[in-house]
Design a protein. Structure first.
Length: 254
């Protein structure tokens, strides 16, 4: 046992004397994991700490989920592409955590994963984007088609509302993510492909809220010239959003 691991064990051993204590103190244990990860950059005990966390998630399931957002945020913050082995350990842990918490993630409507899109799919390093795309694709295949349609549309609307819409790395990451959602082993398509590809194609349709807003501006245009400028700005925004969606989906289909 390394010195760092021993230091962590001293902090949590009183919480682990029985299963009931473990369940009762689950949030404290995860907080200690986060503390040790953040207080010691490139902690040599990282793999041991994450292995313990994975075991906790596998044992506790939904009881562990309230602690997941802060843990996920911590792991995303310490990602450093210069430390490849450490990055691999983090992604392996995230993959297992998403596996054991998949049901809770779906019930939560994937809100906790919002922090992943920009930090992973928009990362400048190709292999980080690839890891992120695989991670998110696994979770999205757990969704019902209607849920997937809602979530994919929500992600693209969120991207379009920020400067990230111009991020070419994010375009590539989103394309890879959509592709992996419908990809299966040995060059085959996943069974969900038939239902999900139409969902991707519907991304080319402007949102109904934007259309109704534009119609209202058309009716009022003769009363106020300023509304014409608003309409042009709205139209430009829609065109930019659709261009972004087309680029992403087109590359996913390639």
């Amino acid at each position: 046992m390394s010195i760092a691991t021993n230091r962590f064990w001293k902090d949590v051993r009183t919480y682990c004397l029985s299963f009931h204590l473990l369940v009762h103190n689950r949030a404290r244990i995860v907080s200690k994991v986060i503390h040790h990860i953040r207080s010691e950059p490139h902690n040599v005990a990282l793999q041991s700490l994450l292995n313990i966390t994975i075991k906790l998630a596998a044992t506790l399931g939904s009881e562990f989920f309230p602690s997941f957002p802060s843990l996920l945020s911590t792991l995303l913050d310490i990602l450093d592409p210069l430390f490849v082995k450490e990055t691999a350990v983090i992604f392996k842990a995230l993959a297992y955590l998403c596996k054991y918490l998949a049901r809770s993630l779906v019930l939560d409507k994937l809100r906790v994963l919002d922090q992943c899109y920009g930090k992973l799919l928009g990362h400048r390093k190709t292999y980080i984007r690839a890891f992120g795309a695989e991670l998110l694709a696994f979770v999205y295949r757990k969704l019902e088609v209607s849920q997937a349609a809602t979530q994919v549309s929500r992600v693209f609307k969120a991207v379009a509302s920020t400067e990230a819409v111009q991020n070419q790395d994010l375009h590539r990451g989103l394309s890879q993510w959509l592709f992996l959602v419908v990809k299966n082993a040995q060059g085959q398509f996943h069974s969900r492909m038939v239902n999900l590809v139409p969902v991707f194609c519907r991304l080319f349709k402007p949102s109904s809220s934007s259309s109704s807003s534009t119609d209202h501006e058309d009716q009022q245009q003769h009363q106020d010239k300023d509304l014409q400028l608003d309409q042009e700005a709205q139209q430009h925004k829609q065109e930019t959003e659709l261009q972004h969606r087309f680029t992403v989906v087109f590359h996913a289909f390639l």
